[in-house]
Design a protein around this ligand. Structure first.
Ligand code: AMP
Ligand code: MN
Ligand code: MN
Ligand code: MN
Length: 277
């Protein structure tokens, strides 16, 4: 069976490793088909493709777009995109646009809670000045010894209702799916188990996603617990969505799940890659 990992991050967004180091690690872990899906950015894709070729991996160009739907953030992964598509590039640039100001506001809030100079602190971890994210602040909070790991940080800071959270308006669902499809790609709901919608709102979200041309959801992801795999396999079957598998790897020592190490998709779903490989 092919080892397919269609979700991870390089230091072009909020991952730790370069695209080249990720490709080498994917190969070491036995990945056959690999996608790079940086947040709101495709600058690493050409490098990742070249590194994948050097490592004998089949490569899938990807992105993970931040979306606001019903006042919450959802992530839509785009797979097999043409990363040179101009409407996609413009859309991603606009989506990244508010991050700098948001980061200043996050830092100001953290300062009120006794964490000084968090903007400069977060910047130390930023590989792409255009893409400062909560993850970079989280690394600084760990560096200060205030929390032991990522999950602990997000339990106490940077999440809704906690110090360092700034509401933000990302792309619309329609825009994100439109950019992905316009660039020839497949739109995938990332880690559906993470969203805090009730059943009714989540159903409405999936209906709208499908109506706008979305065709897949992640079923096996590093963000799901094992008991969530069958739950989202059933969602995929009920809605007629293809199923994806991806670690959402951000870095060694930091991510619970490494590249290519998740269980296979449950039986009965159609893999999103069924007609690619
Ligand atoms: P941003 O795009 O700046 O809002 O940052 C979102 C990123 O923060 C996600 O892509 C994750 O990498 C990280 N993140 C958010 N919530 C958590 C969490 N509970 N545990 C670990 N990482 C998280
Ligand atoms: Mn991330
Ligand atoms: Mn995500
Ligand atoms: Mn991700």
């Amino acid at each position: 069976m092919l080892n397919v990992d269609l979700h991870c991050h390089s230091n072009v967004s909020d991952g730790v490793l370069t695209p080249e180091a990720l490709a080498a690690r994917a190969r070491q872990n036995g990945v056959d088909v690999w996608a790079l899906t940086d947040h709101d950015e495709v600058d690493g894709v050409a490098r990742a493709r070249a590194a994948a070729a050097e490592n004998g991996l089949r490569f899938v160009a990807g992105v993970e777009i931040s979306v606001t739907w019903a006042a919450q953030t959802v992530h839509i992964v785009g797979l097999r995109i043409d990363e040179t598509n101009s409407a996609l590039l413009q859309g991603l640039q606009a989506t990244r646009g508010g991050r700098e100001q948001r980061a200043r506001a996050i830092a100001a809030q953290l300062a009120e809670h006794g964490i000084a100079d968090a903007y400069q602190g977060a910047l130390k971890y930023v590989g792409n000045p255009d893409l400062i994210s909560r993850t970079h602040f989280a690394r600084y909070i760990i560096e200060l010894g205030l929390q032991p790991d990522m999950h602990a940080v997000f339990r106490h800071y940077l999440s809704e209702g906690k110090p360092g959270y700034m509401p933000h308006k990302w792309a619309t669902l329609k825009e994100a799916i439109g950019w992905i499809r316009g660039a020839g790609g497949t739109a995938v709901v990332a880690h559906p188990g993470r969203y805090k919608y009730g059943v009714v709102a989540f159903g409405a979200f999936l209906d709208e996603f499908k109506q706008l041309g979305g065709t897949a959801i992640e079923v096996v992801t590093g963000s799901h617990t094992i008991d969530q795999y069958p739950v989202y396999a059933k969602v995929a079957k009920d809605y007629g969505f293809l199923a994806s598998r991806g670690s959402d790897f951000h870095g060694p020592h930091e991510s619970r799940v490494d590249l290519g190490t998740l269980p296979p998709l449950p039986s009965g779903v159609t893999p999103v890659w069924h007609d690619w490989v």
